[in-house]
Write a protein that binds this ligand. Structure first.
Ligand SMILES: [Zn+2]
Length: 278
């Protein structure tokens, strides 16, 4: 028993040390020391022709309007923050479309306010945040969201804001939540019915349970698993502490197990994005 607990303590200390080292590396501003691309010289940031991470190699990405399509307040901080931080610091114009208020426990208004505060931390202009409270798009398991309705809403937002690129969940939806999966299918249907505008879309690759809680170690796993795959881009979080700060704005959700989840979740440190082909 005692041997077991000593082993656990040693493992925990080792993980903590790795975490501190990795966060320290990533927190170092590029102008003071090495940039992320030199820390990880083998990373292929610009694996697509669209210049997904073009701040590192192309100069023509300014003013691109990117819309994150999410299901609930906190999805942006918990899952997409490496990408949001990267695009925000590289001159992209970010929009967030949140398709519900997260009212499963009757806290929709509180959670909407929290999303506003998180977006302020993540430098998403508040006028470019839209949170829907549609009767047919309510938070919860067993609430099937209509693809046609989602397609119509996404189409309107793309038109109104001249969106060039959409980023959303993949078909599994990170946690397997049915609302996340429905959002993916809504975006997919939008792409299939959209003609002429040529909106690009990327999905956040869901990780296996083995990789989900590797924390910063998953940066290397992500790089290795996407090597040579031109349809994928690995985006390392340059400001993981900002992600914690953003998540902390979701006070109603910021309970001990979620703090633990955010600390060890690979999605806090790295995102692998994959092109969605309609
Ligand atoms: Zn969610």
């Amino acid at each position: 028993m005692r041997k077991h607990s000593v082993g656990l303590q040693r493992s925990a200390s080792f993980l903590l040390l790795l975490l501190i080292l990795a966060v320290g590396q990533l927190q170092t501003p590029p102008h003071r020391s090495r940039s992320v691309s030199t820390v990880f010289p083998y990373i292929k940031f610009s694996s697509s022709k669209d210049g997904m991470a073009c701040g590192y190699s192309f100069g023509d990405c300014k003013k691109k309007n990117v819309m994150f399509v999410i299901a609930h307040p906190d999805d942006e901080s918990m899952f997409f923050s490496p990408t949001i931080n990267h695009l925000s610091s590289n001159g992209y114009n970010l929009h967030v479309l949140c398709l519900s208020t997260g009212n499963a426990d009757g806290m929709g208004r509180i959670r909407s306010d929290e999303l506003h505060r998180a977006c302020a931390v993540l430098k998403v202009p508040l006028k470019q945040l839209k949170i829907l409270d549609h009767p047919n798009l309510q938070d919860g398991f067993g609430q099937e969201w209509s693809q046609n309705l989602l397609t119509k809403i996404i189409d309107e937002e793309v038109t109104n804001h001249n969106i060039h690129m959409i980023i959303t969940f993949d078909g599994y939806g990170v946690s397997g939540h049915c609302n996340h999966r429905d959002v993916h299918h809504g975006v997919l249907k939008f792409l299939q019915t959209d003609s002429g505008r040529n909106v690009k879309a990327w999905e956040l690759a869901s990780l296996t349970i083995f990789r989900k809680y590797l924390g910063p170690i998953d940066i290397w796993m992500s790089i290795l698993s996407t090597k040579g795959d031109t349809s994928r881009a690995v985006i390392i979080n340059e400001q993981p502490l900002k992600s914690f700060e953003a998540m902390a704005q979701h006070s109603s959700q910021w309970v001990w197990f979620r703090k633990l989840f955010v600390s060890f979740s690979s999605y806090t440190y790295v995102n692998t994005l994959q092109r969605i082909k309609a």
